[in-house]
Ligand binder design. Sequence first.
Ligand SMILES: [Zn+2]
Length: 140
Amino acid sequence: MKWDSVKLTGCCTICDTEIYESRLRYRTGLLAGKISAPAEAKLGACGITFLISDGSSVRLSFCGNCADLAHKNMGKVWAKAVKSQIWYFVNAEKIYTDPGMKAPIHDAKQRVIVIQGLYHHLDTFLLEPIAVEKWGDADA
Ligand SMILES: [Zn+2]
């Protein structure tokens, strides 16, 4: 289990194993070589939708080994997911360095709104899993 690492796109929320095939990878910047756009899920990957304490919901992905751990570690799972989103946002200029990529947000006012929204989630918590999907099954 890796609770202090950043949850990267296309990877398990708990152990950071790649659970998606990559459609695109970062060519430059802080995440060079990592998945930038995921394609289909690998065999055994799992998506769990959680109810959040503010009434919204979120779907997070896990490898087959970690899916059961997610239910027992919702506090750590959510803290990692939220902190990772903040990390992506704060480091956007060092991540989206490829000339073909565009950092998602440039406008200063928009940046404030987004960062406030992300920090708001640090005050929320996961209440319970409400749906579990197994992806990448051969017969799915
Ligand atoms: Zn895992």
